[in-house]
Design a protein around this ligand. Structure first.
Ligand SMILES: Nc1nc2c(c(=O)[nH]1)N[C@H]1C(S)=C(S)[C@@H](COP(=O)(O)O)O[C@H]1N2
Ligand SMILES: [Mo]
Length: 215
């Protein structure tokens, strides 16, 4: 645990990626989350998959089992829905598609809920969760994640706003019907595509998500 891995080496100068509408590029990597930073207790930690699995059984991996799964590198920017975009994150981790292969969902699964410590959760359409760039990240820029950025494991879904990338990931729940996560029921857009500037729930179109509690 905690070992580094070789960096992706690419000396080709690259034009900066464009930032989504209404976002501003920031230097460095701000920390942004709600609530305290959890402490990692390896002996109690697991990654659980439950809900509508194909067999009806749930599955759990220890941390050692998680890091024995296949991993790959993805380079991407991180767009916080409050405006800042931090750039050029080199994530290393388990492709979400590996989770689906190892614990197949039932045929009628349409969404997943990604649960973190302390009840934070983000809902994702199955196709967003399984996007080719989505990872369960263990490392960033060649080093294990730091505690405040999600150690030991965080979901990274680079094509959606940051609130769809839970830090301190613990559980994947397969859903046969969409349900709102933490920010999605507190005024943030159910889908959260930064390129369409889907920031707030009041922008949602009819089929973008389940009804919001009346306010
Ligand atoms: N568990 C948890 N994960 C979370 C959050 C949170 O409050 N709790 N905030 C999200 C939001 S809004 C953003 S923008 C990113 C920020 O990630 P960073 O702190 O690594 O920059 O984390 C996301 N993941
Ligand atoms: Mo955010």
């Amino acid at each position: 645990m905690g070992s580094n891995h070789p960096r992706a080496t690419d000396s080709t100068p690259r034009a900066p990626r464009p930032v989504p509408p209404g976002q501003r590029r920031v230097n460095g990597w701000p920390v942004s989350h709600y609530g305290p930073v959890p402490r990692f207790r390896p002996e109690r930690w697991n990654l659980r998959v439950f809900g509508a699995t194909a067999t009806g059984d749930e599955h759990a991996w220890t941390f050692d089992e998680v890091i024995a799964l296949p991993r790959r590198t993805v380079v991407a920017d991180l767009h916080c829905a409050t405006g800042p975009t931090s750039t050029d994150h080199e994530w290393y981790g388990i492709p979400t598609t590996a989770v689906l292969e190892l614990v197949p969902p039932a045929a009628d699964v349409t969404h997943v809920m990604a649960w973190a410590e302390y009840g934070y959760a983000a809902n994702l359409r199955l196709a967003d969760f399984t996007s080719p760039e989505a990872l369960l990240a263990t490392h960033h820029n060649g080093e294990p994640l730091t505690a405040e950025h999600g150690f030991p494991l965080r979901l990274v879904v680079p094509h959606l706003y940051g609130y769809k990338s839970p830090k301190w990931l613990r559980t994947i729940e397969y859903l046969t019907e969409d349900r709102r996560g933490f920010w999605e029921e507190r005024g943030y857009h159910n889908i959260g595509d930064p390129w369409k500037e889907q920031r707030y729930s009041h922008q949602e179109q009819k089929d973008d998500g389940p009804a919001l509690p009346a306010s």
